[in-house]
Design a protein around this ligand. Structure first.
Ligand code: PA5
Length: 450
């Protein structure tokens, strides 16, 4: 059963009933284009069927490799950037215990990330850690030629080969990349690494339900089958529910586009659970890279409340009225922790004695939503029953499907990212990459102007 729900009751007054009724036909058309593969970017729709088509042999192989890695490693280094790391990081952080390592670790390898930045100090600290720990590596790149992960892999490959010897290092390296193209594929074939394929028709930010996300998530000890089942269930609803009112994806896509058309250009994804921080980062990539093009698109931002109520809360309540919020509201948390009674009551908090923190958090969520709506910030609510693999699988597929619809509503191709090339060209030119001589000269001239 699809347990995720979307509540738009705090949006209606901002968009008007007429618009809400009118957008339904529009959404119906985008839904049709998506499921009949007749919209923009229709050669990148492999993700639509991923959860249903993921065969058991692949899942079994992922689980077997995860077990192998668990036997040989305390640390699992995931090298990748953008869609090649955010999905696994999001799920692992949402499900994990943030203090696990300080508690002495778990039975599963601790997953660390590399190649998602170019920081010398980050990678120096990481290499120092790798000196001390038993580890294995996944190097993930769909294109197989992305600079950041390629540099990190160069460093780590030298380290792992020096530490274990070439033959043993090969057993500890897993490559996840394109079936036939790219430098990583070539290297992996030459070295004989254990490798997984990212399907041609699945773009990076839509790849969490391929080995890109599933291998690291399985290594961290989480139930990848439940994650895929959750996604599969949402797929049924998203694909087959052409009734606008029964489909949470069309609802969300419609609401956010109507808000955008009314001048709400920034969407803030809000969670009241700190573990959801990277789910927000994954969502930011999904929507930002899919929609921000042709001088259009909703700017995706994110906050964790109540923490950020003490920083961004001021702007949201009182600043420029170009925002709307989407709250991931979690029905229940598993913690029974309550506020203790204090006979002295110096802090005046005895009215909360015996109350669960989760209940206080819920009232904070409600109070915040009412205050922000009063302040002119519309509020969409995405309700999931709890944070577990199944519900995260639903949430992931829900966002993917809604993002595709939403991109169509904006009139852009949600599956390309032409804008990402501009920084790469400049970076290569400034670094003196052969073939970029003209660009180097032009940038140097620009930089030397007073
Ligand atoms: O969504 C995307 O396509 C991008 O964010 C990519 O995931 C990111 O640029 C990394 O690319 P690659 O996996 O080819 O190294």
């Amino acid at each position: 059963m699809t347990k995720l729900r979307v509540d738009i009751s705090q949006v209606n007054s901002f968009i008007g009933n007429q618009n809400w009724l009118a957008v339904q036909d529009e959404m119906h058309e985008y839904h049709r284009q998506l499921i009949t593969h007749s919209g923009h970017g229709n050669d990148y729709l492999g993700w639509l069927n991923l959860p249903a088509e993921l065969d058991n042999t692949l899942l079994e192989r992922i689980k077997a490799d995860a077990e192998k890695i668990r036997q040989m490693a305390e640390l699992f280094v995931v090298i990748g950037i953008g869609g090649s790391y955010l999905g696994s990081k999001a799920v692992i952080e949402a499900l994990g215990n943030p203090f696990e390592d300080l508690m002495g670790g778990s039975d599963y390898p601790y997953v660390v990330f590399a190649g998602e930045n170019l920081s010398g100090s980050y990678h120096t600290h990481l290499m120092a850690l790798l000196d001390k720990k038993e580890y294995a590596v996944a190097v993930i790149s769909k294109s197989g030629i992305t600079t950041e992960p390629a540099i990190a892999f160069r460093l780590i490959r030298q380290h792992i080969e020096a530490k274990y010897g070439k033959a043993e290092a090969r057993k500890r390296i897993f490559a996840i990349t394109d079936a036939s193209r790219g430098a990583l594929k070539k290297l992996s074939d030459t070295e004989g690494y254990s490798s997984y394929v990212i399907p041609d028709d699945v773009g990076g930010r839509y790849s969490v339900l391929t080995p890109v996300g599933l291998l690291p998530i399985a290594v961290a000890g989480f139930d990848v089958e439940a994650l895929v089942n959750g996604a599969m269930n949402m797929r049924e609803t998203a694909l087959h529910s052409s009734d606008f009112n029964q489909n949470p994806c069309t609802h969300y896509a419609a609401a956010r586009n109507l808000l955008y058309r009314s001048g709400k250009f920034v969407e803030i994804l809000v969670a009241f659970e700190p573990g959801m921080q990277y789910m927000i980062e994954w969502w930011k990539q999904l929507f930002g890279e899919s929609e921000g093009k042709e001088r259009k698109g909703i700017f995706p931002a994110g906050v964790i409340f109540t923490c950020d109520l003490h920083s961004m809360g001021q702007y949201i309540q009182d600043g420029m009225r170009l925002l709307f919020e989407t709250v991931i509201s979690v029905g229940e948390t598993s913690t029974p922790l309550v506020v203790p009674h204090d006979p002295e009551n110096l802090d005046g908090l005895n009215f909360l004695s015996g109350m669960r923190l989760s209940e206080i958090n819920r009232q904070a969520e409600l109070g915040t939503m009412l205050a922000h709506v009063d302040g002119g910030v519309p509020n969409i609510k995405i309700i999931i029953p709890s944070i577990n693999e199944y519900n995260l699988g639903q949430l992931i597929y829900f966002f993917e499907f809604a993002c595709a619809l939403s991109g169509y509503a904006l009139g852009v191709n949600p599956f390309d990212q032409p804008g990402v090339e501009a920084y790469k060209k400049n970076m290569f030119a400034l670094l003196g990459k052969p073939g970029f001589e003209k660009e180097t000269a032009s940038l140097r001239a620009k930089l030397s102007k007073p």
